[in-house]
Design a protein around this ligand. Structure first.
Ligand SMILES: [Zn+2]
Length: 393
């Protein structure tokens, strides 16, 4: 097993602290697929069940993965579809899919003898990194855009013991600073440019195949920094290359209209360019320059998928629909996947006969301010039977 540049193909050993190629290209872990184990029996699904696919020896785990895959029959009805599932990543230990990448990246940090870790974050990465760093006995540092982080996530990062450094800038500024700090100060970089993060996240593909026993036609998910779509695609490709599956799903990425550098380039059939000052209620995907955009573009293209945008209004409607119809409360960014699906059904780009899995990436309680803004908390009434009976009648 080794790391390989996705641009020029240059190879590096796994035990070198390195995030990008000398040419500047992103690195990807190459797994020995002739040595992986067939564990896909549908039973006892957890992330580390697939350890033969994961290129680390140590293990810092909070029992991540094994998240529920719900058949959402009421929404199937709304969307007029034969088969629709939600893979609810909010059920991970810190409430988001980031825990998958973190268990692997922090395990790698330990293996490499690192004492400190750092990331730039819109929130979920910070919360997750802080939890795993404390489990591993490491110090963690988070650079965040001032005032742009959901309260639930900031609270998490702080209680797990991370040092928080707010900056007067956006996520992309934060990421640039973190990359400089890691290369010049020897602090391990945990952002999804770190190839080991994607090695954990790819297990979403394994779990879907393991649970269903087959590969669905479509995977629909929100796209922010674009690591997850690349990672899940890598997971499915490895399943195919190892000979477990033949059919691959279409990868369909959804971005918020106000933060859609990839989706707008895709739809306008032009080259990618970063988007200055991204804006959306879906804070977890408020990113104007996704670090993994090239890998994501490749995933979408190779899989025969596409990218779509949804408005904030559509996102908030989908969030409510998931909660009220199916009992699944997700953060706004996660609801982008359902909002996207409904739009694509309307446009006929996904047919009703296809099987689809929506990925919801984070728990709704991560970002309660948005919900509080759109719902009205009822006023108190007198504590009498008459009043209560009156209301309940
Ligand atoms: Zn290269």
């Amino acid at each position: 097993m080794h790391l390989k540049c996705v641009e020029c193909g240059k190879e590096y050993p796994m035990d070198e602290v390195r995030y990008t190629c000398d040419c500047g290209g992103l690195l990807e872990a190459v797994i020995d697929l002739d040595k992986v184990e067939d564990v896909f029996d549908g039973r006892d699904i957890t992330l580390w069940k697939y350890q033969s696919f994961i290129p680390v020896k140590k293990r810092i785990s909070l029992k991540e993965g094994g998240t529920p895959l719900y058949r959402v029959r009421k929404i199937e009805h709304v969307a007029v579809m034969r088969e629709l599932y939600v893979k609810n990543e909010g059920a991970n230990p810190t409430g988001s899919f980031k825990d998958r990448g973190m268990t692997v990246a922090i395990s790698k940090a330990l293996e490499l003898g690192m004492k400190k870790v750092i990331c730039a974050s819109t929130g979920n990465t910070a919360a997750s990194m802080a939890a795993y760093a404390s489990a591993a006995g490491m110090e963690s540092y988070v650079i965040i855009p001032e005032g742009k982080i959901a309260l639930g996530k900031l609270t998490q990062a702080m209680i797990y013991g991370a040092k928080i450094l707010p900056i007067k800038g956006n996520f992309d500024d934060a990421l640039n600073l973190v990359m400089k700090a890691s290369s010049e100060m020897g602090i391990y970089l945990i952002n999804s440019i770190n190839p080991f993060r994607l090695e954990g996240q790819k297990t979403i593909a394994f779990e879907i195949y393991d649970a269903l026993g087959y590969v669905p036609d479509n995977i629909v998910l929100p796209v922010g920094n674009a690591g997850n779509i690349s990672a899940i695609w890598k997971g499915f490709r490895e399943l195919r290359d190892a000979g477990f599956i033949e059919h691959l799903p279409r990868m369909i990425g959804i971005q918020a209209q106000g933060a859609a550098p990839l989706a707008s380039a895709w739809k306008e059939k032009r080259d990618y360019s970063p988007q200055p000052s991204p804006e959306t209620v879906a804070t977890a995907i408020r990113i104007g320059n996704p670090v993994n955009w090239k890998k994501a573009w490749r995933a979408v293209k190779e899989s025969g998928g596409f990218l779509e945008t949804v408005s904030d209004e559509e996102i908030l409607m989908a969030q409510k629909l998931l909660a009220t119809k199916e009992g699944i409360f997700v953060e706004p960014a996660s609801a982008a996947s359902l909002a996207g699906l409904l739009k694509l059904r309307e446009q006929g780009e996904i047919s009703g006969g296809e099987s689809t899995v929506l990925i919801t990436t984070g728990h709704g309680l991560k970002d309660p301010e948005i919900v509080v803004r759109i719902i009205k908390i009822p006023e108190a009434i007198e504590a009498t039977e008459e009043m209560i009976f009156e209301v309940l009648r």
